[in-house]
Each structure stands twice: as C-alpha cells, then as structure tokens.
Design a protein around this ligand. Structure first.
Ligand SMILES: Nc1ncnc2c1ncn2[C@@H]1O[C@H](COP(=O)(O)OP(=O)(O)OP(=O)(O)O)[C@@H](O)[C@H]1O
Length: 442
C-alpha cells in the first residue's frame, strides 16, 4: 500500500492531475458562489412586475411604451445643437436605449367628421430592452409563449415584464397610472360600444364621437325626465346599499321603428360619460350561463343595452322553439334570472328596447326588472317643428309650423323626417313643398 502511495505521490503526472482537479473544483465552487451571489444581489436589488396579455393593463402598458419610445427618439434626435431641454449626455443615453427591435401596432383613429385614418405605432418587440423613466432605469422584457394560447382571444400568451432597482419600485404604480390615464384620454369625449365575445366584453369598432343629447329630438320633457331619473339613480348608491336593495335600474324604451330609441341611449351615454354594452339576445350560441355572467362582468360606467327584446322572446322565438330557425339558447327564465342575478353592489343600468310592448311577458317588465317604461312614439307636432328648425335654422320657424300642420294626424317617424330633410338639405321651402313624399312612403 505504502509503495503504491509513494509511487503516486512520486509521479509528476498524477500530482499535476490532482492539482488540476483541485483547481477545477475550486473554480466550480467559485462559479456557483458567484451565481448564488448574483441571484441574491438581484433579489435584493431588483424588483419586477409581470403583466400578462389577458390583463386589461397589457394594452395600456404597450401603448405607454410606444409613446415613451417615440419620445425617446425625439429627445435623442431633436435639439441636437443645444435644442430641447435634455442635456447632451441624456440625449446620448436616450439614443442608446432606443429599442432596436420593434413591433408594429396599427391603430385606427376616428375624426370628428366620422372618417377614419390609420396610424402606425412601434412598440418594443420580443426580447429585452432598456428604457429610462425619470431617473429610473427599467428593463422591459416582452415574451411570447407560442405553446400557450390565451383561450379567450385564441392568441399566443404573452407577457411584458418590467424590472428596475428596488429603490425605484414606486415607478411601477406611476407607470400603470400613467398608462391607464393615457388610454382613457384617448377615449375622452367618445363612447365605446362593447359587444360580447365569448365570456367577455370587447370594444366594437372604434370609440365613437359622443352623440349630443339635443341631437335626438323627443317629445316635450321626455328626454329631461329620463336623464334626471338616471342621474338620481347614479347619485344614490349609498341609499340602495343602506337598504340592501340591489343597485340596478331597468328602463324600457318602446315604440315604432325609427323613433330614436337607440339614438337616445347613445346620446344619454354621451351625456353621462358612460359607455354602452350591447347584447343581442338572439345571438347564436348565447346560453343562460353566459348571459348571466356577461351581465355581472359588464365594464364599469356602462349602460347595458338589450335591443329588440321582443325579437328574442316574441313570436319569432316561439317559431324557433317549434323547430324553426335556430336562435340563441337563452331561455326566458334564463333572462329573468340574469336580470335578477345582477344583485352585486355594482351599479347596473339596463336599457331594453322593443317595437312591440304588447308582445312582452309581464314578468319581464315588472318593477325591479323594468322600473321606467317610456313610449317613444311617431313624431309629434312639437318634434316635427323642432327637427325642422334644427335642420334649417330658427329663421324658418314659420315654414316649420306649416310643415308640422301639413303632417298633422299622420304617422311619420322621426327617422323618416330625418331622411326627408337630408334629401332637401339645402332648401327648407323644398322640404315643405315635397311633404307629400313623406305620406307616400307609408
Ligand atoms: N327622435 C329623433 N331625433 C333625431 N334623430 C332621430 C330620432 N329618431 C330617429 N332618428 C334618426 O333615425 C335613425 C334611426 O334611429 P334609431 O335607430 O335610434 O331608431 P330606433 O327607434 O332605435 O329604431 P328601431 O326600433 O328600428 O331599432 C338615426 O339615424 C337617428 O339619428
């Protein structure tokens, strides 16, 4: 044994081998130590915030990042010889930090006259980027998991992770607040129409310019009465809460086609600064469960609109129940349950419209489900005069009176009147002379 040990220790190759082994092991320990140290340091010094693509704030933060990117490019390029208030060093830093790999996001902008234009914005692409926010350095990492699908949107699951130094952790809430305010400002003065998409609400098209309440001409005092009722409801949440009454109010607007029911609800939403969630009860694939869920998760500050409720539960529905055309799977009791089930403390304002009040089941329109019923009928003489003056100006009040007299006793909808005025938009006298065309339409 001793001779073997002596042989090994005396052998220079063996000694060198052991030496190398020792150095290797030492290095491995050092490397692991360094990694652990870096991990520990990272945990102590860095904080991160992950935003998954299914979260509402995801698009807000992407929008915010794209705005920051554009600002960084401006700050880096602008003011080269002494321009702008960014120092030269800061501009250089901004230039260095401008993301090199960007993704394009196309957005549509609706102008006040209703036309739509396209706009391209660049958001940081997949991978890591570094940006400056105030004095804080932030790492932005955008990751896509191609193997995971967001079930609701059927798009790959994505995340954006923001990382910064622990001492700057407060920037996260500032960024979220800024991103939210930025997104909301884009919809300022506009009404967002939501429609159901699976179990959630999605914006339908672009936010629309708010419709002015006075652009919808209802009979004397009708508009004012509804607006006052809704405002009173909105202002009295505590009252409902104190008495344990579900905080919801139901309105039913009924009347012939083209009397302004939908237009009025849009204008009311604009007046209140609310959005509208439109639900089509006849929608294919809509079930009782989904309806109940949708009514509970409607975005805050929105009016829920169930249009043409008679179509879903009137004669057409009976036909489908007898094996006719396939409609939604919502049952009448499912609708009642959904309306009653909205018993959370969240404010719910539900508008229903119908052309046929008589076809509605009394159970649907009982107080608690429908608290306010309003008839929007064919145009009254007051509406005819008001619309005429609104189209041609106050100096045509006399023609307006004669026009209303010519239509006295006739059933003309406000939509028909609007159509007539559009045809004769340049000439009030012509509109009066051709009033007979309105009667011929009948
Ligand atoms: N009272 C009104 N004042 C101003 N415009 C009106 C009025 N009524 C209808 N219109 C115009 O007529 C068109 C159709 O109106 P709207 O869709 O609001 O009618 P509706 O009562 O909801 O019809 P329907 O019962 O068929 O759904 C819109 O372009 C709207 O601007």
């Amino acid at each position: 044994m001793d001779t073997v040990a002596a042989a090994i220790s005396g052998n220079p190759y063996f000694s060198a081998g052991f030496g190398l082994l020792g150095v290797g092991a030492g290095l491995a320990v050092l490397r692991q130590g360094a990694r652990r140290g870096a991990d520990l340091l990272r945990r102590q010094l860095l904080v991160s915030m992950e935003i998954p693509s299914h979260d509402k704030s995801y698009q807000w933060v992407l929008g915010w990042l794209s705005r920051r990117g554009a600002e960084a490019i401006r700050a880096a390029g602008a003011g080269a010889p002494g321009g702008g208030d960014a120092s030269w060093a800061r501009r250089r830093l901004m230039a260095a930090l401008t993301p090199r790999h960007v993704a394009v996001q196309t957005s549509y902008k609706q102008h006040d006259n209703g036309s739509v234009s396209t706009d391209f914005t660049m958001v940081p692409g997949q991978g890591k980027h570094v940006i400056m926010y105030g004095r804080a350095l932030l790492q932005v990492e955008r990751q896509r998991n191609a193997k995971m699908l967001d079930i609701q949107s059927a798009t790959p699951f994505e995340t954006v992770t923001l990382t910064t130094l622990s001492r700057d952790r407060a920037v996260f809430s500032r960024i979220l607040a800024e991103a939210r305010a930025m997104a909301l400002a884009q919809n300022e003065g506009r009404t967002v129409l939501y429609t159901s998409f699976g179990p959630e609400w999605r914006p339908l098209g672009l936010p629309r310019k708010r419709r002015l309440l006075r652009s919808v001409v209802l009979d004397r005092g009708v508009s004012e009465a509804i607006v006052a009722d809704v405002r009173e409801f909105i202002a009295n949440g505590q009252w409902y809460d104190d008495r344990g009454i579900p905080y919801r109010r139901g309105y039913l607007l009924h009347g012939p086609p083209g009397s302004g029911k939908t237009s009025f609800i849009q204008a009311l939403a604009g007046e209140l600064g609310y959005n509208i969630c439109i639900l089509n009860l006849s929608e294919r694939g809509l079930t009782d469960d989904r309806l109940g869920h949708l009514l509970t998760v409607a975005p805050e500050r929105s009016l829920l609109l169930l249009e043409d409720v008679d179509a879903a539960f009137g004669r057409a529905r009976q036909l489908s129940d007898q094996g006719g055309f396939q409609q939604s799977m919502v049952t009448f009791s499912g609708l009642l349950n959904a309306l009653d089930g909205v018993a959370s403390s969240d404010e719910r304002i539900i508008f229903m419209t119908t052309n046929h009040l008589d076809r509605l089941d009394p159970a649907l329109v009982r107080p608690g489900r429908v608290d306010v019923k309003v008839l929007l009928a064919n145009a009254s003489p007051h509406q005819i005069r008001t619309m005429f003056v609104r189209f041609y100006g106050a100096d045509h009040a006399d023609l307006a009176r004669r026009f209303a007299d010519a239509l006295r006793g006739c059933s003309v909808s406000t939509a028909q009147l609007q159509g007539h005025f559009v045809v004769h938009k340049k000439d009030a006298q012509c509109a009066l002379d051709n009033v007979g065309a309105l009667l011929a339409e009948k």
